[in-house]
Design a protein around this ligand. Structure first.
Ligand SMILES: Cc1cc2nc3c(=O)[nH]c(=O)nc-3n(C[C@H](O)[C@H](O)[C@H](O)COP(=O)(O)OP(=O)(O)OC[C@H]3O[C@@H](n4cnc5c(N)ncnc54)[C@H](O)[C@@H]3O)c2cc1C
Length: 308
């Protein structure tokens, strides 16, 4: 009953998602290997240093610098003949690849697992997190993604064996053209300890800069509601919620966000929720640990001017 985790890299480093996947995999099996698809064999070393992995299998090919989903899913499905479980962190990367792996293996992937009850029974959210469903699978091979906010992030401290695999690279009908990534010095949204998030209440892109200013002051990541994204205040990489990122920081500061269920689905597991909103009946105010019921511009001016 061995498990394989699919490693997602940020540059040469293992992502927080994959560290959560390792913790989940270790709850399923004593024997956990990792798979790295990369264009540079040196990228396997950060996976090998995570504690709890037996062997890091690598497939190295120039074309894997930007893993093409058709190629990646076939490579992973072939490796899965040795494993009962495939575990990956919930992310755009895994959402792209694992459904195809499931199709190739003819099994039903289970997404966004938040709790492992047994080797075939898992808890996952439905209806934007308003219902937690316990699901049981009878598939022989179990393909799953896990929420990085629901599992500890495995630490370094291991020295896994490295094994290079050399499969023939599958054919693909699609070709990588280019990647446009937003660059930021701020903490990454899904793993940040503090998030300052702005909503429609900010009123304009220029005003949204006050959110970014406060985030920099607090060494926090910037988040946004979908209304703020749709209004063009900030790009959709920053959207928190059902159709955005799922976060669980120590501090979530929501400014001018009403707290629609689709937004709450992405941040309700935050440890401390602070709300700046002039509407005491906003759902966000009702679920907050601290509500500052003021005009948000007064609050942001005061906070941004505050000298620590
Ligand atoms: C299928 C689907 C998926 C969705 N996915 C997401 C998602 O992933 N993430 C998401 O966020 N939304 C999502 N939405 C949209 C969601 O339903 C809401 O429309 C959206 O979250 C509202 O954003 P908001 O809170 O910024 O805006 P509003 O609801 O308009 O709230 C603005 C808030 O600002 C406050 N405010 C205004 N001016 C001031 C001021 N001067 N001082 C203080 N407070 C002020 C108001 O009191 C209000 O509470 C989704 C919707 C659908 C249908």
């Amino acid at each position: 009953m061995s498990a394989l985790i699919l490693i997602e890299l940020n540059g040469s480093e293992v992502s927080a998602n994959s560290r959560a996947a390792l913790t989940a995999a270790l709850q399923l099996s004593d024997s956990v290997d990792a798979l790295v698809l990369t264009n540079d064999s040196a990228n396997a070393s950060s996976a090998a240093s995570m504690s709890g992995i037996n062997t890091v299998k690598t497939i190295v090919d120039d074309s894997l610098e930007h893993a093409n989903v058709e190629v990646a899913s076939k490579l992973i499905a072939d490796v899965m003949s040795d494993y009962k479980f495939l575990v990956s962190g919930s992310s755009t990367y895994s959402k792209n690849i694992l459904p195809r792996v499931g199709a190739l293996l003819d099994v039903q992937p289970i997404s966004d697992v938040c709790e492992i009850k047994s080797s075939n029974t898992f808890v996952r959210p439905l209806y934007a997190g308003n219902v937690m469903a316990t699901v049981e699978t009878s598939d022989d091979t179990i393909v799953m993604t896990v929420r990085a906010t629901a599992f500890e992030h495995a630490e370094d401290g291991g020295s896994a064996a490295l094994e290079a695999l050399s499969p023939a690279m599958p054919e693909s009908n699609s070709t990588f053209i280019s990647l446009q990534e937003s660059q930021s010095e701020r903490p990454e949204l899904t793993t940040a300890e503090r998030i300052v998030s702005g909503g429609r209440g900010l009123g304009s892109k220029d005003n949204f800069a006050m959110i970014e200013q406060l985030a920099d002051k607090l060494d926090a990541a910037v988040g946004a509601s979908r209304a703020a994204v749709d209004a063009g205040f900030i790009s959709n990489d920053y959207q928190v919620g059902q159709t955005g990122k799922v976060v669980a920081p120590k501090l979530y500061l929501a400014v001018g966000i009403s707290g629609a269920i689709q937004h709450l689905a992405g941040m309700k597991d935050s440890q401390v929720i602070v709300v700046i909103n002039n509407d005491p009946d906003a759902p966000m105010s009702r679920m907050a640990d601290i509500v500052w019921q003021v005009d948000l511009f007064d609050a942001l001016n005061e906070l941004n001017a505050y000298q620590v």
